[in-house]
Design a protein around this ligand. Structure first.
Ligand SMILES: Cc1cc2nc3c(=O)[nH]c(=O)nc-3n(C[C@H](O)[C@H](O)[C@H](O)COP(=O)(O)OP(=O)(O)OC[C@H]3O[C@@H](n4cnc5c(N)ncnc54)[C@H](O)[C@@H]3O)c2cc1C
Length: 509
């Protein structure tokens, strides 16, 4: 198997693009640089197949950066009776937390408050679901030191973990644990870089314009140059855009919105809140604290039939819905003035017969076009990306036997949790870069100012530099919106923009 550098940058892209556009013939072309496409590229490359990934913009340009950032064990699916989806989620969560990405996926406690006004039956039902979810944890081999089991907690403990809770009718709460993804876009970048280390060619800003049997037409969107790649197999992992390349794939996109508030507004919670949505079964609104002192409130799930854009806006109605649903459980309701950021994305769900999109299965699907041989993989979740990729590559290879290796392949930056805990580098760097944190610090070249947070943000200047040199960032938006995520908070984005722009200028000189 080819082992190469995991560094992606403008220089590598130029060299590899020239080679590919020169009429290269490969085993696999993967369309789309979200979590699914990156996962397929890693799976294929690590099975020894020559692989090219083409993404029309930057890595994690689409839905993959707009998630709730949870690697969940599928509690909700269990309640919907989708035991298979829940089991797959629990197993993949285990793989992420213990082998492939312990730096990016860590445990987060959830508090599900039990109010006096709730029927005791509701409490018993909620607890039974959570305990069934815990059985999946046990069966998938996740130890309690990685994800502790659930338990009932007192009113006092609930208030200690989530101080903003309304206390007047609080009886107590159920405490349970799940996986939290430090940054969904960084997970995509880590998977893509790991694929590159296994020999995959990762080309961003290259849009696929057509697919026919044995060949893909594409265009370098930075220069306008068109090129063609001959490929034995083509996998369409274009997410919510997959239907534009595969006419037989019918999607029912669902829009999911989140708003972001400063953690201080909610008393700097140490646990996420899970508040049931009135009148709905198996759905709740969550308020998840991040390590950077923010709280992400979400998520909506509504059928969407408008234009599919890369970065959808959150409407005033969606914001009102989320704030209202959460505020039911808070001592002081949240208002528009508390919102410091918001984001939304489209779930690439396969069209169902009827019912709301919240009820459509999150199971992934693989569809093969008999005419072109194009294999499309859609649906699923960030959490289950590895399994989706395995299934897609198995399907693509048919009788050609090459075993999947990804369940045992640590992503770039991964190391056991106890090793990560002992690292001396700044905690933010360890959380986001894992064992590579030392290389990030070294990239500062002794310039202490690069190791300080840029004023008004948690971002260290050196993260921008590392993004350009090693993580395939080519432009300002790549750095702000997909490597550091300051783009989630407009005020923070403005604070980092100048530093990022001058770095890019220096790199171009
Ligand atoms: C609001 C919301 C919350 C979610 N929360 C969670 C969660 O907490 N946990 C979880 O596990 N899952 C979650 N999910 C689900 C998960 O985010 C998605 O299933 C997953 O990100 C889809 O990834 P993808 O790679 O298939 O699609 P995308 O990330 O959209 O990637 C597709 C890529 O294809 C590219 N592309 C499109 N057309 C072309 C072309 N012609 N040529 C080249 N490239 C092209 C796009 O630019 C894009 O980058 C959530 C989803 C939403 C919407």
């Amino acid at each position: 198997m080819t082992r190469r550098s995991a560094s992606l940058n403008a220089e590598r892209r130029a060299g590899e693009l020239a080679r590919v556009a020169g009429g290269e013939s490969v085993d696999v072309v993967v369309i789309g640089g979200g979590i699914t496409g990156a996962g397929v590229a890693l799976d294929a490359a690590s099975r020894g197949l020559s692989t090219v990934l083409l993404e029309r913009r930057d890595l994690a340009n689409g839905t993959s950066r707009w998630s709730s950032k949870l690697a969940h064990g599928g509690l909700r699916y269990l309640r919907q009776g989708e035991v298979g989806v829940a089991w797959e989620s629990a197993r993949e969560r285990h793989v992420l937390m213990t082998r492939t990405a312990p730096h990016l996926v860590t445990a987060i406690p959830f508090v599900a408050p039990l109010a006096a006004a709730m029927s005791p039956l509701y409490g018993a039902f909620a607890e039974a679901g959570i305990r069934a979810g815990d059985l999946m944890r046990v069966a998938s081999g996740t130890r309690r030191r990685t994800l502790p089991p659930p338990r009932r907690i007192s009113r006092q403990e609930a208030l200690r973990l989530t101080p903003a809770l309304r206390s007047d009718d609080l009886r107590g709460a159920i405490l349970f644990w799940d996986g939290q993804i430090e940054d969904d876009a960084r997970l995509v970048v880590a998977v893509a870089r790991t694929a590159a280390a296994h020999g995959a060619t990762v080309l961003t800003y290259c849009e696929v314009t057509g697919v026919r049997r044995g060949a893909v037409s594409a265009r370098d969107v930075r220069t306008g140059q068109s090129f063609e790649i001959r490929a034995r197999h083509v996998v369409n992992a274009a997410g919510v855009w997959a239907g534009s390349l595969a006419g037989d794939v019918k999607l029912t996109p669902s829009k999911g919105a989140h708003v972001i508030v400063d953690g201080a507004v909610l008393g700097s919670p140490r646990a996420a809140l899970a508040v049931p949505i009135a009148g709905e079964t198996a759905r709740w609104v969550g308020a998840t604290p991040t390590h950077d002192g923010l709280v992400i409130v979400g998520v909506t799930d509504d059928a969407y039939s408008g234009a599919i854009v890369d970065a959808p806006e959150v409407t005033a109605e969606e914001e009102r819905y989320l704030l209202g649903a959460l505020s039911v459980a808070l001592a002081t309701p949240l208002t528009h003035a508390d919102v410091i950021g918001s984001y939304a994305g489209f779930r690439p769900l396969l069209a169902g017969e009827e019912g709301s999109t919240a009820d459509l299965s999150r199971r992934h699907s693989i569809v093969e076009d008999p005419e072109t041989g194009l294999v499309t993989v859609v649906g699923g979740k960030l959490t289950t990306y590895r399994r989706m990729a395995q299934d897609a590559v198995d399907r693509m290879l048919g009788d050609e036997r090459r075993p999947c290796r990804t369940a045992h392949l640590p992503l770039v930056g991964a190391a056991p949790a106890e090793v990560l805990r002992r690292l001396d580098e700044p905690r933010r760097l360890v959380r986001r870069y894992g064992i590579e944190a030392a290389a990030v610090v070294a990239a500062a070249g002794g310039d202490q100012s690069l190791l300080e947070p840029i004023e008004g943000t948690p971002v260290l200047g050196v993260e921008l530099l590392f993004g350009l040199r090693h993580e395939g960032a080519l432009g300002l938006d790549d750095l702000l919106d997909r490597r550091t995520r300051v783009g989630l908070i407009p005020e923070q984005r403005r604070a980092v923009e100048a530093a990022a722009a001058s770095l890019l200028e220096a790199a171009a000189a």
